[in-house]
Design a binder for this molecule. Sequence first.
Ligand code: GDP
Length: 200
Amino acid sequence: MEIKKADFVISAVNHIQYPQDILSHVAMVGKSNVGKSSLINAMTHQNKLARVSSEPGKTRLINFFLINDGYYLVDLPGYGFARVSKGEKSKWGDMINEYFDKAHQLKLIILIVDIRHTPTGEDLQMAEWIRHYEIPVIIAASKSDKLGKTRVKPQASKIREQLGFTDQVPVVPYSVLSRRGIDDILNLLDEYIVECRPTL
Ligand code: GDP
């Protein structure tokens, strides 16, 4: 479904601050600088909803956006920035763990990876985490405009395999420049939210 309304709700540090209602969550996660903020802005047709930065590692909070007054897009802090202390890394881990633990309305994770790169150790760890918590996942492979057309699909499938996911897990190459794949991501997301909507 097209996103007609997107409102920033809160930047949360811990679960006390998460929105306290029963709406579904779709969380987005990926390496810092992978293009997560740009994807949120492209999905919501807003230029500035999520902050796009050329400086990796700026977002350290969990940002909640209310979409079409019907569900939350949850922007999880990016990982993998180089100049970060061990203490900050473990704070990041605690924050994500707490979210996975407490957010019972989490219906889907969009794991974002750069289509040009082999997944890093942290990407693999995140994939493991997602499997451990048994959260449905789709892979969004960013910056597809940077690859030649014929390489896009095979490269996307290869990344899925490298992350240890079967072909049951959808992988969508996308580009915020051409908007290729953006509607596919939105359509997929709808499926998960509809499927999981409680029957009244
Ligand atoms: P974040 O740290 O994951 O939120 O990443 P950003 O959204 O801030 O993007 C990091 C950089 O990648 C920025 O310079 C963006 O302009 C660029 N970028 C994001 N998405 C795309 C894309 O689809 N294609 C290209 N060529 N560049 C992108």
